[in-house]
Design a binder for this molecule. Structure first.
Ligand code: PMP
Length: 451
């Protein structure tokens, strides 16, 4: 019999899951999913769960999306995968053409990899290698923001900053220069996001001034530090950073892996600052949440710096077996077609307003909510022990996990980041479903804050 329990048992006998203390599953049941349709997931016992976190922020247009399914079936009948050196295929070309069209002006080259962390590795290596090809081999360092997250392979982990993921592996990681974050949760009472972001930029400017000769690039998550508890900052920071990177001859790497593809209200967060980074890392929503794929978009200047006779040995050296996978690229093409043909960014504007109306307004005055913040389709609720002092709940109490468990029992998949409850739903969510989400989150918080 394929029941939840039977499958969970088989799973626990052979599998090891990511971001999980497997011991937790002695008390928290593993949930085997049989089917996904729209925002809903269904398990083997027939329970349904509203996927409020887009399955780790990847899903854009629902599970089992008819357009992406059809595109994939067609691709499957022709080509599943082909070596991507010396060979190419139509879906990879089409997706790159579309990405060049929709990303900020000046990003004219697309380099594929197969997950977000790999894209970050590519951008770091390309930046370093560019400076080396220019005869500036002293540039070996990277500047990163505190509270940032860029993935968990060793290079990506090194430029990230969330202690939970990083501390254990610190002895294995390259040295980076960390600059305090513009995270507006820490602004003074009455201070605007913009004022705080400008004030915090001074530290970045000083660091650039001091270290520019040894720095390849600054890497940031534009507008929202997602894995770092959905902390947000003002668009002015991006503008100032672009100007300063130009001034000090340092590259700007925009990691839009989580915030790209409409999450912040525009197709890419960088658009809001009207800036073009030197590298833009994309993944997650790139395939609508179907298949692992990533892309690093870069400029012609970067491309030309590697373009020379073979014997000069200046070519970029990075390869993954599944680079440019045909199925994944085809899902990417279908995803961008949905954006282009179905007015998604427009529709998201009203969805974001509904989220603000049904969620933000209600939670604001809760005695254990320090802040409700929102950027486009990302909304976060910061739970604290003491609203006045913002003293957090001790992490050992795992209040967020209590919300998670409660929500599951009510048919909602909310997976908090520590004590931060957030919504990052697929864009096909309805107003009724948002109301349900808000209600379950409210009850879950009430349940979790009980002593
Ligand atoms: N960068 C950011 C901003 C991310 O949020 C993530 C994943 N959460 C990554 C990089 C890493 O992507 P992946 O999990 O596909 O390696």
């Amino acid at each position: 019999m394929k029941t939840n329990q039977a499958l969970a048992q088989r799973d626990l006998a052979v599998l090891w899951h990511p971001c999980t203390q497997m011991h937790d599953h002695e008390t928290m049941p593993m949930i085997p999913i049989k089917k996904g349709r729209g925002v809903w997931l269904e398990d083997f016992d027939g329970n349904r769960y509203l996927d409020a976190v887009s399955s780790w922020w990847v899903n854009l247009f629902g599970h089992g999306n008819a357009d992406i399914n059809a595109a994939l079936k067609d691709q499957l009948d022709n080509l599943e995968h082909v070596i991507f050196a010396g060979f190419t295929h139509e879906s990879a070309i089409k997706l790159a053409e579309k990405l060049v069209e929709v990303t900020p002006d000046g990003l004219t080259r697309c380099f594929y990899a197969d997950n977000g962390s790999a894209a970050v590795e590519v951008a770091l290596k390309m930046s370093f290698h560019y400076w080396r090809n220019q005869g500036r081999a002293a540039k070996t360092k990277f500047i990163t923001l505190e509270n940032s997250y860029h993935g968990e392979t060793l290079g990506a982990l090194a430029v990230g900053n969330v202690p939970l993921y990083k501390e254990t592996y610190a002895p294995l990681l390259m040295d980076v220069i960390s600059v305090p974050s513009p995270d507006c949760y820490h602004r003074e009472v009455g201070e605007s996001w913009a004022d705080y972001s400008i004030r915090r930029f001074e530290l970045m400017e000083q660091t650039l001034q001091q270290h520019a000769d040894s720095v390849c690039a600054v890497i940031i998550e534009p507008l929202v530090q997602c894995a770092g508890s959905m902390r947000m900052y003002d668009v002015v920071y991006l503008k100032l950073l672009r100007e300063a990177c130009d001034k000090y001859q340092v590259h700007l790497i925009a990691d839009e892996i989580a915030v790209g593809f409409g999450r912040t209200g525009t197709l890419f967060a960088c658009e809001q600052a009207a800036i073009t980074p030197d590298f833009m890392c994309l993944s997650k929503g790139l395939t609508g949440g179907y298949l692992p794929l990533s892309a690093v978009m870069t400029t012609d200047v970067m491309y030309q710096a590697f373009y020379d006779d073979y014997v000069k040995l200046s070519a970029f050296l990075h390869s993954h077996s599944y680079t440019g996978n045909a199925l994944a690229c085809r899902a990417g093409v279908a995803t961008l077609e949905i954006f282009q043909q179905q007015g998604i960014i427009e529709k998201n504007r009203s969805l974001a307003q509904i989220m603000a109306k049904v969620v933000a307004a209600r939670f604001h005055d809760h005695p254990h909510v320090a802040e409700v913040r929102q950027t486009g389709m990302i909304l976060a609720i910061e739970l604290v022990k003491n609203k006045a002092t913002r003293e957090p709940y001790p992490w050992q109490e795992r209040r967020g996990v209590k919300v998670y468990q409660y929500a599951l029992s009510k048919g909602v998949l909310l997976r908090p980041l520590g004590n931060v409850i957030y919504f990052m739903p697929p864009y096909i969510i309805t107003e009724e479903e948002l109301i349900l989400l808000a209600e379950v989150a409210w009850q879950g918080i009430q349940h979790a804050v009980k002593a």
